[in-house]
Design a protein around this ligand. Structure first.
Ligand code: GDP
Length: 306
């Protein structure tokens, strides 16, 4: 429990930049049009986007009417409820172990925190007694391969890596090795060069296909790591990668110290409008191994407005 409190404090502290403008709206004495207008600007400033902002305002007004709230403080509590309800469908825990190995493909643009997140995820799974193997499918960047190697060492797990090799071939080898060695989970780190987006998406699709060939089924998880601090840009990435790859889950990083945490609301609205919702399995709240946390809608909503 102390550990849980400490990351919640971290999230709270981190989201202060996002939430201060929103919390500020409720310091007055009246519930009037000015309050709603201020709230609209604050949500937009927090990068919730136009659609999610409208959704939340509409839902909030309904709640205010229903509860006959008279104080701004009550409206603030109702907003926490509205945000919680919008974000709740994003909650889901990552399940591994149903197939051996469970193959997790991880995508994300360079700098999003992909490699660090894989390191944290590996620790999380190792703690749950899962045997993990890493695949360095970003064969182009030597630094990426080396960095993943450092995480493999730190977590004492195997890694399949090949200098300058074909990313799909390395992934195929890793999945075969994972099967042969009786691993529970294979995590493939992929490239994230956004400059050549078309080529990148083609490469990622090929990796996905190859995993399918090696496993006789599509990858169990196709995860996207996005930097929460990029706000609406993160949403654009989610849409682009989903269109190209079909995502099964998200990990949103850098929610410690961002002014753009409202993007979670935008992602939630997008996910809701999709045929099958895409969950946020984890959020990143720092650079350390333990700074990967499962996503809780209510905790997030509270942290946002605390
Ligand atoms: P990649 O290029 O996507 O593989 O990104 P990296 O894993 O190399 O991460 C880029 C930078 O972001 C590094 O300095 C990480 O320590 C940092 N980083 C990753 N996740 C988080 C997070 O949740 N919070 C903070 N503050 N920094 C993070």
């Amino acid at each position: 429990e102390p550990e849980r409190r400490s990351w919640l404090d971290k999230l709270r502290q981190g989201l202060k930049k996002t939430g201060s403008g929103i919390a500020q709206v409720f310091t007055g004495t009246r519930i009037d049009d000015a309050l709603y207008e201020e709230l609209e600007s604050a949500l937009l400033m927090a990068d919730a986007g136009v659609a999610a902002t409208e959704h939340l305002l509409h839902d909030l007004k309904r709640r205010v009417k229903e509860t006959k709230a008279t104080e701004p403080a009550q409206v603030k509590a109702l907003l926490i409820d509205a945000i919680t309800e919008l974000l709740a469908p994003l909650e889901k825990s990552l399940e591994v172990g149903h197939t051996t190995p469970t193959v997790i493909m991880v995508a994300g643009v360079n700098g999003a925190g992909k490699t660090t997140t894989i390191g944290k995820l590996t620790r999380h799974l190792a703690d749950a007694r899962q045997r993990v193997l890493l695949a360095a499918a970003d064969t182009f960047r030597a630094a990426a391969r080396e960095q993943l190697g450092v995480w493999a060492d730190r977590n004492q797990v195997d890694i399949v890596s090949q200098e300058g090799g074909d990313p799909a071939a390395v992934t195929f080898d890793a999945v075969q090795a994972g099967k042969a060695r009786g691993c529970d989970v294979v995590i493939a780190d992929t490239a994230g060069r956004l400059a050549t987006q078309l080529h990148l998406m083609e490469e990622l699709r090929k990796i996905k296909r190859v995993i399918g060939k090696a496993m006789d089924t599509a990858p169990h998880e196709v995860l996207l790591v996005v930097d929460g601090n990029t706000g609406q840009n993160a949403l654009a990435q989610v849409k682009a990668f989903d269109e190209a790859l079909g995502l099964t889950g998200l990990i949103v990083t850098k929610l410690d110290g961002t002014a753009k945490g409202g993007v979670l609301a935008a992602i939630a609205l997008w996910s809701r409008q999709r045929q099958a919702p895409v969950p946020v399995y984890f959020i990143g709240v720092g650079e350390k191994l333990e700074d990967l946390q499962t996503f809780s809608a209510r905790e997030f909503a509270h942290a946002l407005l605390s």
